[in-house]
Design a protein around this ligand. Structure first.
Ligand code: 5GP
Ligand code: MG
Length: 181
C-alpha cells in the first residue's frame, strides 16, 4: 500500500462492482435518450471514464470545471465556473456524474447552473456521498449514489490531496500527518 495511506476504504473490486451497478441503472434509463454525461473536473475523470465505457447506446460527454476546494482540505463555499461545457444542453437529457457529494456547495451550484440552460431532464449520479458534511439548507438528493462514506478525507480513483493520489486504483484514507503538516 502507498505509504501515506492509512487504510483502504473501498477496494478496486468494490469500486468495479459498484460502477457496474450504477451503469446498469443508467443503461436502463437512457438507452433511447441520447443523453449528455457531464463531468465536474478533475476528481470525476476516472469514475467518468469507467462509467461511460459501460454505456452501449448513443450518448455524448462534456466537462465543466468549477473552483471549490482550492489546494487544501477545507471548502470556502465560493463556487465559480472556471471552464464551461461546450455542448448546447437545451432540450437534452443531462446526467451529471460526480466523484463525491460533500458539503453540497459544488453540486448545488452545478445543478442550478445547468438547469438554467433548460435541459429536458437532469439527474445526478455520484460515486460517493458523505452526508455528515452536508451544509444546513442543502436539499439536493442525487438520484444515484454509489457509496455512503463516513466523514473522512479520501483520496484515489480520481480524488486528490494537493493534486496527488488521483492515480490510485482504490479509494483510501490519508494518514492525518500528511495533511496536518
Ligand atoms: P462539496 O462542494 O460537496 O463540499 O465538495 C465537492 C468537491 O469537493 C468534490 O467534487 C471534491 O473535489 C472535493 N471533496 C470533497 N470531499 C472530498 C474528500 O474526501 N476527498 C477529496 N480528495 N476531495 C473531496
Ligand atoms: Mg478536488
Amino acid at each position: 500500500m502507498e505509504k501515506n495511506i492509512k487504510k483502504v476504504l473501498l477496494s478496486q473490486e468494490q469500486i468495479e462492482a459498484k460502477v457496474e451497478e450504477l451503469a446498469g441503472y443508467l443503461r436502463a434509463e437512457y438507452a433511447d435518450k441520447n443523453p449528455i454525461f457531464i463531468g465536474v473536473l478533475k476528481g470525476v475523470v476516472i469514475f467518468f471514464a469507467d462509467m461511460v465505457r459501460k454505456m452501449n447506446f448513443p450518448c455524448e460527454i462534456d466537462f465543466m470545471c468549477i473552483s471549490s476546494y482550492g489546494a487544501g482540505a477545507t471548502t470556502t463555499g465560493n463556487v465559480m465556473v472556471k471552464k464551461d461545457i461546450s455542448a448546447d444542453i437545451k432540450g437534452r437529457h443531462v446526467v451529471i456524474l460526480e466523484d463525491i457529494y460533500d458539503t453540497g456547495n459544488s453540486l448545488t451550484f452545478v445543478r442550478d447552473y445547468l438547469l438554467s440552460k433548460e435541459p429536458a431532464s437532469l439527474k445526478i449520479c455520484t460515486l460517493l456521498d458523505k452526508p455528515e458534511r452536508r451544509k444546513p439548507g442543502v436539499t439536493l438528493k442525487p438520484e444515484y449514489v454509489g457509496f455512503t462514506i463516513p466523514n473522512e478525507f479520501v483520496v484515489g480513483y480520481g480524488l486528490d490531496f494537493n493534486e496527488q493520489y488521483r492515480n490510485l486504483p482504490y479509494i483510501g484514507v490519508l494518514k492525518p500527518e500528511v495533511y496536518e503538516k
